[in-house]
Design a protein around this ligand. Structure first.
Ligand SMILES: [Zn+2]
Length: 333
């Protein structure tokens, strides 16, 4: 965080972007047009603790660095975090607690380093380089293990006062009732509609079926059923799996419709591992928006991310380029 905004990067400058996830660390070396020059993914191995994961992040940066170095490094990580000081406050799927990751990376590599919420980074990646490039506003919603979101307005990421805006996974959809969420709240979108919520319901249903306390379901054949098994069995007509998936998608649709009502986006990009489960996720979101007159009034486009698993790392790199060198992306005049 040493270079001032407004400094100009040379046109051939390169940047490193890393998407720090609970299961993998996905890193890219990119140029200022968003072309990926190098791509490396390594497992996070979060159970080994914060120092081990930080060491793996340093090794990943080293692997990506070209001979002449890079202009800046962007890191995307789940929140809550303090993007001003580059500190991860705490995360559910990573071992970091009050961990000043950006400063440590910056001191080690002597390169200005930015830390951004992963949902926000992915939103900016899609805004800068994806098929919805330049959409204004662009709203990004991701549903996988957790639920996250990001919003780009007029080419600028909307961060809020503390940098933790758009924590869509923790909108309470049941007015403080319902299943407990890892954040300490109840009835959050993440506790109702994420991949881990679906997995939790699938495990409960399997256990109930095995002990004769619940309806029969083929989920009981799995020792540890997850969202993948729930979606697959729902598609095959298993009534219990269908009920679990339909409920989760109902709440995901509520979450999406709420965000669309609030922000009236030009485009809503729906990403994350759950979307890979099939068109059903997108269809549920479309149906929820169509059912809400306020949400559907703006007729926003609903699309899948165009950058696949690169969107978070690309966005982190682009945000670092923008923040430290004033590079602008995709702005319509
Ligand atoms: Zn929550």
């Amino acid at each position: 965080m040493t270079a001032g905004a407004g400094q100009r990067a040379e046109p051939n400058r390169t940047f490193v972007g890393i998407d720090i996830g609970g299961t993998k660390l996905h890193g890219l070396l990119v140029d200022s047009s968003g072309s990926v020059l190098r791509r490396v993914t390594v497992p996070t191995l979060a159970a080994e603790g914060s120092d081990a994961v930080a060491a793996r992040i340093y090794a990943l940066v080293e692997c990506l660095l070209p001979e002449g170095g890079v202009a800046a490094i962007g890191l995307g990580a789940p929140g809550p975090l303090d993007s001003k000081t580059g500190t991860i406050i705490r995360t559910e799927n990573l071992p970091f607690k009050d961990f000043p990751l950006a400063g440590l990376v910056e001191r080690r590599f002597k390169v200005p380093t930015l830390l951004e919420n992963d949902g926000s980074a992915a939103a900016f990646g899609e805004y800068a380089f994806g098929p919805a490039r330049g959409s204004d506003p662009l709203l990004y919603l991701t549903a996988s293990t957790g639920i996250g979101a990001g919003l780009v307005i007029g080419g600028t990421l909307y961060r809020g006062k503390s940098g933790n805006a758009l924590e869509a996974g923790h909108i309470s959809l049941m007015a403080g009732e319902g299943p407990a969420c890892a954040c300490g709240g109840r009835g959050c979108a993440e506790a109702l509609a994420s991949g881990s919520a679906i997995a939790a319901r699938a495990r409960e249903a399997a256990e109930a079926a095995r002990t004769g306390k619940g309806k029969a379901t083929r989920l009981a054949a799995f020792s540890d059923p997850g969202s993948k098994e729930a979606f697959a069995l729902a598609a095959e007509g298993d009534a219990v799996a269908e009920d679990i998936v339909a409920r989760a998608l109902h709440y995901l649709g509520c979450c999406a419709a709420t965000l669309v009502t609030l922000f009236d986006p030009e485009v809503l990009v729906i990403g994350g591992g759950l979307v890979k489960a099939g068109d059903r996720v997108r269809a549920a979101v479309e149906a929820a928006i169509a059912a809400s007159p306020a949400a559907s009034a703006g007729s926003c486009g609903i699309i899948a991310p165009g950058l696949g698993e690169d969107s978070g790392a690309l966005g982190a790199a682009a945000l670092a380029a923008k923040s430290f060198f004033g590079l602008d992306f995709a702005r319509r005049s």
